[in-house]
Each structure stands twice: as C-alpha cells, then as structure tokens.
Design a protein around this ligand. Structure first.
Ligand code: NAP
Length: 267
C-alpha cells in the first residue's frame, strides 16, 4: 500500500472510489468531482489520469495504491482517507476483475482471486468505511455489481457468483445499517465500453455485434451511464429513501424475454 498524493482536510462531501484508475471507476470519480465531491482514489496502481481530472475540476484528491482484497491494505487505506479528509460521505465499491473460463477448468486459485477482489474487497471496504459512517450516523455505499449479479451465463461462474454476492451483501447491509443512517445500494451494469470489454472481445469471447444485437437499446453502455446512476444513488437529496436496490443499468437487457428476430424486428 502506498500513498501517492495528499491534500488538506475536506470542506465539502468526500467520496471514495475503488478501482478508480480507469474505466467505469475513473468516470465515476470524474462525475462525483463535477458534482462537488472531494475524492479519495484507490487502485492497485496509481490513478494518475483520474487524479489530474479531479484536480482540474477544482476538487481535492487523495490517490492511494492498495489491493481491496487484502484486509491489512483496506484497514490502512481507510485510516489514511479519514486521516486526510476527516470524513467520508460516499463509498463506491467499483474495483473488480473479470474471468471467463469453463467451470470444469476453473482453478481454486482463480476462483479465490475473483471472489477475493469482487466480493471480499467489497465487504472489507464496506466494513472499514461503513463502521465509521455508522458512528457518524450518515453515509452512502454504492456497490458495482453486474447484469451477472442477477443472471448467469456460461463460463462466468466465479464472476457471476461474486456479483450475485455483491447484491446479497448490498441487501444485507442496507437492512442492517439503514436505520443508523447508512444507505447501501448496488448498480448492475450491462456490457460497458471499457478495457475489460475490449480485452474480452480481443480474446474472441464475443463480438460487439453479439452485445448490440442482444441489448434492447442496441448499444453498449458508456461508463457515464453507470456514473450517473452512481451519483443518483450516492446523493441523499436525490435518493434519500432508496436503500437496498440493485439498479439495472443495462438498456433493458434484464427485462427482455424476447428472441433475436423479434427484438431486431423492432429496430
Ligand atoms: P477495468 O477497466 O478493468 O477497471 C477496473 C479497475 O479496478 C482497474 O483499474 C483495476 O486495476 C482495478 N482493480 C482490479 N483489482 C483491484 C484490487 N484488488 N484492488 C484495487 N483495484 C483493483 O474494469 P471496468 O470495466 O471499469 O469495471 C469496473 C467495475 O464494473 C468492475 O467491478 C466490473 O466487474 C463492473 N462491471 C463492468 C462491466 C463492463 O462491461 N465493463 C459490466 C458490469 C459490471 P488494473 O488496471 O491493475 O487491472
């Protein structure tokens, strides 16, 4: 764990975003900064570009390097964030890893790695930041689950189990902590235009057309589609009575029982 940059005590609301170096996490951080949040960025490598963007938006930023699946890292990260900012209003558990492999060939080590980052990481960060939010009797946690937190798909057992677990954790914490001022919600994105997807397509797991044909809106999600939903769930003025939801941001994918020809006939 390594601290790369720090600024003074926060004047306004503070958000922590894990996996903030690129992709959806980066866009979430930028969007929260534009909404007036100071930002603590957490990633396994320095989130330099995100840090620059947050500064350019005129907000304070603390960029920390650490692994959310490692308990001692997370304990230290939370201490550093509170030591620098003195408060956390919103935690966004976004850090995640993807794995596509037939389950009959899935190793225990890979299973543990995916569950470790996606689910245990979400638990550890929620516990460390949530504990302090409960003491403050105020705060919001937004977990990034997935379409695969609501449905299964072949060759994605570890990922889908981890993301179903994130939905289960979200509901559990929402009912455990809601009366003490801490709301916990999840976002379940469909296929988002990020490096994670580009890698999967480059490896031949699916084509862009596979996704756009299946999606009722005929396109991938953009990171901003997810970020706007996160901002809504983070902001108690906008979503103060929303607690324990798994909000699909999937263009209607999860709602769609139609078949290919019927779906395409509507375009
Ligand atoms: P991404 O481009 O791979 O970015 C994920 C970020 O998390 C990376 O910067 C990554 O670091 C970081 N990270 C990975 N393991 C970490 C750990 N142990 N501790 C701290 N940071 C860690 O992924 P993305 O597409 O933006 O996805 C973000 C989240 O959305 C994930 O939870 C993902 O499962 C979820 N999601 C994505 C999609 C999609 O289609 N892209 C759809 C549904 C849900 P490295 O750069 O070192 O890998």
């Amino acid at each position: 764990m390594d601290e790369t940059q720090s600024t003074g005590v926060a004047q306004g609301p503070v958000a922590v975003v894990t996996g903030a170096r690129r992709g959806i996490g980066r866009r979430i951080a930028e969007t929260l900064a534009a909404e007036g949040y100071d930002l603590a960025l957490i990633d396994v490598a320095a989130a330099d570009e995100t840090e620059k963007a947050v500064k350019a938006a005129g907000r304070q930023v603390l960029s920390l390097v650490g692994d959310v699946s490692r308990e001692q890292d997370v304990i230290g990260l939370a201490e550093q964030v509170y030591g620098s900012f003195g408060r956390v209003d919103v935690l966004v558990n976004n850090a995640g890893v993807n794995l596509i492999t037939p389950t009959e060939e899935l190793t225990g080590a890979d299973w543990n790695r995916v569950l470790g980052v996606n689910l245990t990481g979400t638990f550890l960060c929620s516990r460390e930041f949530g504990r302090r939010m409960l003491a403050w009797r105020r705060g919001g946690i937004v977990n990034i689950s997935s379409l695969l937190g609501l449905q299964g798909a072949p060759d994605r057992a570890s990922y889908a189990v981890s993301k179903h677990g994130v939905v289960g954790l979200t509901r559990s914490l929402a009912v455990e902590w809601g009366a003490r001022g801490v709301r916990v919600n999840a976002v379940c994105p469909g296929y988002v235009n990020t490096d994670m997807n580009a890698t999967n397509q480059a490896r031949g797991f699916y084509t862009a057309e596979d996704i756009t044909e299946r999606s009722p809106m005929g396109r991938f999600a953009e990171p901003d589609d997810v970020a706007q939903a996160v901002v809504f769930l983070a902001d108690e003025r906008r979503s103060g009575y929303v607690n324990g939801v798994a909000l699909s941001v999937d263009g209607g994918w999860n709602a769609d029982a139609s078949w290919r020809s019927l779906r395409l006939s509507k375009r």
